[in-house]
Design a protein around this ligand. Structure first.
Ligand code: FA5
Length: 357
């Protein structure tokens, strides 16, 4: 083997050294250089320079030495290779140690380096965890109470067609409830009947009855939209809970019992509920449901026996089955439960208000 001892720009001897002993000596020299340079590094910049000089993937001195491996004989190469790998590991470990040392020193001086800045003797800081919005909590609670009576939770779309929002609910073309000033219509295309943001969750009754056979017990909670002026009991977007029961022999007495059970479970046994005769095109008879709060009666929703015309429209035989439905305002029952005087507070996104629930 040639015994040239020329040194290249990286400080490595050229290939074809005098066999394994020269190769090992070369590596040991490089290792010693690296330790010295790393030890002399005064800051992170010096350290990075040292890393590039010795461990740099493209032109590091260690990388340069790999070329010398090919000058070894086949029998020498495994030993040479192992020596090379050991050297690489040693230099990397020395580098990492120096880096950690510098990070600790920087942290102790109040520097920004990560780690080591933890003083375990300091008192802990409480993390403020988020939680569900009071309206979401209300929705879940209503679902839970109604499930105890066998009412399954179902969803329906918020963008509705006029059949489900009006016609199937016996709200004819001339009915004032369809007035554009009382609804959020969405123009889809010229000449096409406009869709709308649903104004009530009673749409879901129709969708369920169209697709399922009686008997039925469902509850549906979701957003509805009306161009109402916001005040303490109104908001243009609010939530309703819709309940529907279709069963042979169901009566108004069952409806009143279910609503009283619900009110007592949700608001407490001392809540007073009253039913006032009212009118909805899709129920007969119909009632308004009021609950007492702070010495006043507040309207919480509407209810009634499903009108036989509606049962027929969805393909049920009104001589065979009957049923009842109710729709309550979620914000209003939540306000009653939590003692909130103004439902607009639910949507002001004031964390000081929301974190109380
Ligand atoms: C209805 O929406 C009927 N679909 C209820 C119904 C269902 C009757 C099934 C019969 C059978 P009404 O428009 O009254 O009814 O609204 C029901 C409840 O929604 C009200 O009592 C009130 O609690 C709530 N509500 C109505 N408008 C608003 C509003 N702008 N902001 C907040 N809550 C409202």
């Amino acid at each position: 083997m040639a015994s040239s001892d020329e040194t290249n720009a990286d400080g490595n001897s050229q290939a074809c050294l005098a066999g394994l002993p020269a190769f090992v000596a070369e590596i040991d020299r490089l290792c010693a250089d690296a330790k010295a340079v790393i030890a002399a590094a005064r800051n992170e910049v010096d350290l990075e320079k040292a890393r590039i000089e010795f461990l740099g993937a493209r032109s590091g001195r260690l990388k340069g030495i790999t070329r010398l491996l090919s000058g070894l004989s086949a029998s020498e190469r495994p030993v040479g290779g192992k020596h090379f790998n050991d050297a690489k590991e040693t230099i990397t470990a020395v580098f990492n140690e120096a880096k950690d040392r510098m990070a600790v020193a920087a942290a102790q001086e109040g520097g920004s380096s990560a780690g080591a800045a933890i003083d375990i003797t300091l008192p802990g800081k409480q993390l403020r965890l988020g939680h569900l919005h009071p309206i979401t909590q209300t929705i879940r609670r209503v679902q839970e109470i109604m499930s105890r009576l066998g009412f399954e939770s179902v969803d329906g779309p918020e963008v509705e067609d006029q059949w489900h929002n009006f016609e199937a609910l016996a709200i004819g073309p001339e009915h004032p409830a369809r007035d554009p000033l009382d609804n959020f219509y969405l123009t889809v295309a010229q000449g096409v009947e406009p869709l709308l943001l649903r104004s009530q969750t009673s749409t879901v009754q129709i969708r369920v009855m169209e697709n399922r056979e009686a008997p039925l017990r469902i509850v549906s909670l979701g957003r509805v939209y009306r161009p109402d002026t916001a005040d303490a009991t109104h908001y243009p977007m609010f939530h309703q809970v819709e309940g529907l029961l279709i069963e042979k022999g169901s009566t108004m007495a069952h409806l009143k019992s279910v609503l009283r059970f619900f009110a007592a479970s949700f608001l407490g046994g001392d809540v007073r509920v009253r039913f006032r005769p009212s009118f909805f095109p899709f129920t007969e008879p119909s009632v308004e449901v009021d609950m007492e709060w702070g010495g006043r009666w507040i309207e919480m929703g509407g209810a009634g026996m499903v009108d036989p015309a509606v049962l027929k429209a969805v393909g049920y035989d009104p001589h065979e089955v009957s049923g009842f439905a109710f729709g309550l305002g979620v914000e209003r029952i939540a306000a009653r439960r939590y003692g909130v005087a103004d439902i607009r507070d639910f949507y002001r996104n004031d964390v000081r208000f929301l974190e109380q629930f």
